[in-house]
Design a protein around this ligand. Structure first.
Ligand code: ADP
Length: 483
């Protein structure tokens, strides 16, 4: 890999400010999903190394939370600047291990860095409260204090942003953190750790342990020194980690699967809605938890919308993320390809039609053609299960009540989108959708300034915005009497 600063490519774990191998020197290899090539390998750590990282984080917490908010803010700001300075290298590392087009990788680095910048600012505004006292002699205060050692387990689809939106508020709040990145994308995490090192965080404040998900996860959830677990990934693993964390009563934040509805009403601006689908469905080759998974189109505009969408999707360019002009990289692995195929086969066997794509791409490997299905119904697998790939299934509807019922008929509740210009409908639908995030007339909702998170089986807690810091803070009621 040709990097401007080759020193940010690391293949060791970062524990207590030291780069280390696994105790038994075992490794896991990191591959390029576009070519199947092995890029390098990283340590396959387990519970012992994780315990050491937690110990280091606990020790570091003693000094870190006593620093002034301004001191923590200055270090975060420096880290943010280093991410921006190294954007090109970070993006290239990400594209190689994750597959997304370089342009998307660059915007992810901007997005990831924006969380650090935001929480560098928020750090200085962790205000307490005073409460009018019911007793003459007493004064009542509320202090907001860091919870302690935090742990983060992150996925491969956003290898940088899912780390910074946990680590930045944790460090800003005064917590220390141990991170386990996804095994598919550890290099981005380790490069970010190198930049945190250069920013000057004290030893033990920020740690990254790569390796066995089950062993590291078990240590993080069972270790009583860890007071907070923040996880982004599948509902299945999130719920498992939540039960593992129950024994030590940890505070948990979970950002889990979605099954986003995207509703196009008959009064919508159809060209804008097509653009929204391209952004929401095809970004990261359909591998985001806020990707539109079910596209409901009103009967009156269904056919015209389907043909406009097909025209737009056929312009997408599939290829290696490092090639110019590519908008669709490979899927992360062959399991993802199997899921695409099973959703398409299930739908077509029940009467849906493929109007674009529908099969593996001629580039081979895990490349897949951007696909559109029409005639999709609630009885098909794709209505209940997140595809996590470039498949746009078009459902037909006639009434607002019917489409809202269908949109809410899922155990998930992360993001929802709808297109309309009718103000009455906008309020009705916006308030009735059972989702943590709703986008009106847009396919783009994510920003560091707004609360990201879901309801129902999509999770607990919010990341980003002023609420994101609360996940790493405890509230202490301080009753001062005898004054
Ligand atoms: P995905 O299907 O998107 O890979 P996962 O929920 O399996 O989603 O993975 C998200 C993160 O959870 C990754 O870092 C993965 O390594 C980690 N993970 C997977 N299984 C476990 C487990 N049993 N304990 C702890 N972490 C796990």
């Amino acid at each position: 890999m040709k990097l401007q600063d080759p020193n940010i490519l690391k293949n060791q774990c970062y524990i207590d400010s030291v780069w280390v191998n696994a105790d038994n020197n075992q490794t896991i290899s990191v591959t390029d999903p576009a070519t199947g090539e092995t890029i390098t390998s990283v340590p396959k750590c387990g519970s012992n190394e994780t315990r050491r990282a937690v110990d280091a984080a606990e020790l570091a917490f003693q000094g870190w939370h006593k620093r002034t908010a301004k001191e923590r803010s200055v270090l975060l700001r420096r880290w943010y600047e280093l991410m921006i300075e190294h954007k090109e290298d970070l993006a290239l590392i990400m594209t190689r291990e994750q597959g997304k087009p370089l342009t998307e990788a660059r915007s992810e680095i901007d997005y990831a860095a924006s969380y650090i910048e935001w929480f560098a600012e928020e750090t200085r505004r962790v205000y307490g409260e005073t409460i009018p006292s019911p007793w003459d002699s007493a004064r009542l205060l509320v202090l907001r204090q860091p919870i302690g050692v935090a742990a983060a387990i992150t996925p491969w689809n956003f290898p940088a942003a899912m780390i910074t939106r946990k680590a930045a508020p944790a460090l800003g709040a005064g917590c220390t953190i141990v991170i386990k990145p996804a095994s598919q994308t550890p290099l981005t995490a380790l490069a970010i750790a190198e930049l945190a090192h250069r920013a000057g965080f004290p030893p033990g404040v920020f740690n990254v342990v790569t390796g066995s998900a089950a062993d590291i996860g078990e240590e993080l959830t069972s270790n009583p020194k860890v007071r907070k677990l923040s996880f982004t990934g599948s509902t299945e693993i999130g719920s498992q980690l939540m039960s593992e964390s129950a024994a030590t009563v940890k505070k948990v934040s979970l950002e889990l699967g979605g099954n986003a509805p995207f509703i196009v009403f008959d009064d919508a601006d159809l060209d804008a809605a097509v653009e929204g689908v391209i952004i929401s469905k095809y970004r990261n080759t359909g591998q985001t938890c806020v990707c539109a998974n079910r596209i409901y189109v009103h009967d009156k505009v269904y056919d015209i919308f389907a043909s406009k969408l097909a025209a737009a999707v056929s312009k997408l360019k599939v290829g290696h993320g490092t090639e110019d002009g590519v908008t669709q990289g490979p899927l992360i692995d062959m399991r993802a390809v199997d899921k695409m195929e099973s959703h398409i086969n299930d739908a077509t066997s029940k009467g849906a039609k493929v109007i674009l794509g529908g099969k593996r791409h001629k580039l081979g490997g895990s490349f897949f053609e951007p696909t559109i299905l029409t005639g999709v119904t609630q009885q098909m697998m794709v209505a209940q299960d997140e595809t996590f790939g470039p498949l746009a299934p078009l459902f037909r509807f006639e009434t607002e009540e019917e489409v809202i019922a269908h949109a809410n008929d899922t155990r998930f509740g992360l993001a929802a989108y709808f297109y309309s210009r009718d103000i009455g409908r906008i309020w009705r639908v916006g308030e009735t959708l059972e989702y943590g995030m709703v986008g009106l007339n847009t396919g783009r909702i994510s920003t560091e300034v707004a609360p990201f998170g879901g309801v129902k089986a999509s999770g607990i807690g919010r990341e980003g915005s002023r609420h994101g810091m609360d996940e790493y803070l405890e509230i202490k009621y301080f009753c001062m009497d005898g004054l």
